[in-house]
Design a protein around this ligand. Sequence first.
Ligand code: CUA
Length: 309
Amino acid sequence: MNQHLQSVLHPAGWDAAVISQFAWVLFGAGALILAAVMALLFLSLRRRERPARALLWIGGGGIAFPVVVLTALLGWSTWRSAQLAPQTSRDALTISVTAKMWWWEVRYHDPATGRDIVTANEIHIPTGRAVYLGLNSADVIHSLWVPALAGKRDMVPGRVTGLNLRADKPGIYRGQCAEFCGAQHAKMALHVVAHLPQDFDAWLARQAQPALAADNTILERGRSAFLEQRCQACHTIRGVAEGARLGPDLTHVGSRMHIGAGVLRTHRENLSGWIADPQASKPGVFMPGSPDLDRATLDALATYLEHLK
Ligand code: CUA
């Protein structure tokens, strides 16, 4: 799938296009004015005598010009801001996102069963449809920002905020926590994955399924290791061990692009390295390491998790 730049200047949604226009107009106006002021400064330094009508220059350049320019920019930006999409959950697909130190829990409501479908660090959405993200935080203030799609919105403990997203084209849009939230703020990435509507429906139906069965000896060994190591104290695997919400839901962890909120690609070696010593990739992360786990068990556990597509 097409991977888009994490950039305000490469918008791929309605709000992002408005915001990117702000950036260009403000930068352009600022650059023009800076160039004009520098040119005037250069001219004034070259001449010795006091210019004629100095008061007119001061009054015109120092008062009238900024008043006119700033009023015009204020009027234009107020008019343009009013064209940003209304922040409402009405007629939108609602997804709730909870920020945690330092990852994102993503919940969908399954209309078929009434249950929640939980995933992490990836927000899958259909294209061409308004999506409303209900945002909150489990610990400190975070901020969700996917610059190619929309503005940023703070996520405040004890309060639900909201952000509307809309992607015009399928693709992967990288985002980032935009509010300093502790040691691993920088490694708190997320990806919005926009699918054509029918592909989105298929994705959601797959995610609604319980975890794939462990149907061979290695997978069975990995599944047992998960339980013996008490991974279920923090992680849920639907159909195996449920209820824990401290760490990401792993029911379909193998289907996700990354582990550790954008830190490592999801494949077997990265999974076993992460389980043995997560601090090596993300110092300060709350997941404890398993330095004493033997190689074969670690490999089986990683194979089992990778298999959970
Ligand atoms: Cu979460 Cu910065």
